[in-house]
Design a protein around this ligand. Structure first.
Ligand SMILES: [Zn+2]
Length: 204
């Protein structure tokens, strides 16, 4: 069953949103074109409570880009983004969602962030995605969305560790590149961990 995972294609990550990923809006038509070629489509979304620990605003004297210790790991701080039930958390304008089988929410616990579509950053709790794939016998799946150097990367690395075979479609992903080379480094680490990265999806 050809399966597609769409990562965090939400308004706040688009141009004009709270935490824009450069070029993310250009992914919408690319991903819309891909969708008819997949039998099963699932998505994940950032779905934060307003008091989420990853928001710089919730920590005195901190600004986006700073880091704090949170649940025993280093948490990078971001602008307020993807607050549940707000327009910024809705899927990107124009993105076709009608064939999606399921949406997995992450970052729903105020005390911990979740870059991966599978687990929170401390791996305390599963989002249910792994169990969903396992129940359907899905091993290989394609990945698209944002950001290549955060949520796509961590989703792919977790997938590999869980025994799945993720394939990243590069022309349907975008990185945020806070450090300039982040996307390139993310691609190297995904490849080294065993992921396949393809420039575009084969369509047949
Ligand atoms: Zn977030």
């Amino acid at each position: 069953m050809r399966t597609l995972l769409i990562v965090d294609l939400q308004n706040d990550f688009m141009q004009g949103g709270a935490l824009p990923v450069p070029g993310a809006a250009a992914l919408v038509p690319v991903i819309n074109q891909l969708q008819p070629h997949f039998h099963l489509i699932v998505a994940c979304r950032d779905w934060h409570p307003p008091d989420h620990c990853s928001f710089a605003k919730n920590h005195p004297d901190k600004k986006p880009g700073d880091s704090i210790e949170c649940a025993g790991y280093l948490q990078k701080l971001w602008p307020v983004h993807c607050v549940r039930n707000t327009p910024g958390a809705e899927f990107a304008t124009g993105l076709e969602c009608d064939r999606w089988a399921k949406v997995f929410s992450k970052g729903t616990d105020a005390s911990i962030d979740s870059y991966s579509a599978f687990f929170d950053n401390a791996r305390r709790r599963s989002t249910g995605l792994a169990e969903y794939f396992i129940a359907r016998g899905i091993v290989e799946f394609h990945v698209v969305g944002v950001a290549t150097d955060y949520c796509v990367k961590f989703s792919v690395l977790d997938a590999l560790e869980l025994g799945f075979q993720p394939i990243v479609i590069l022309n349907a992903t975008q990185g945020i590149d806070l450090q300039g080379q982040d996307t390139e480094e993310a691609c190297v680490s995904m490849r080294q961990a065993g992921a396949r990265l393809v420039p575009t999806a084969f369509i047949n």
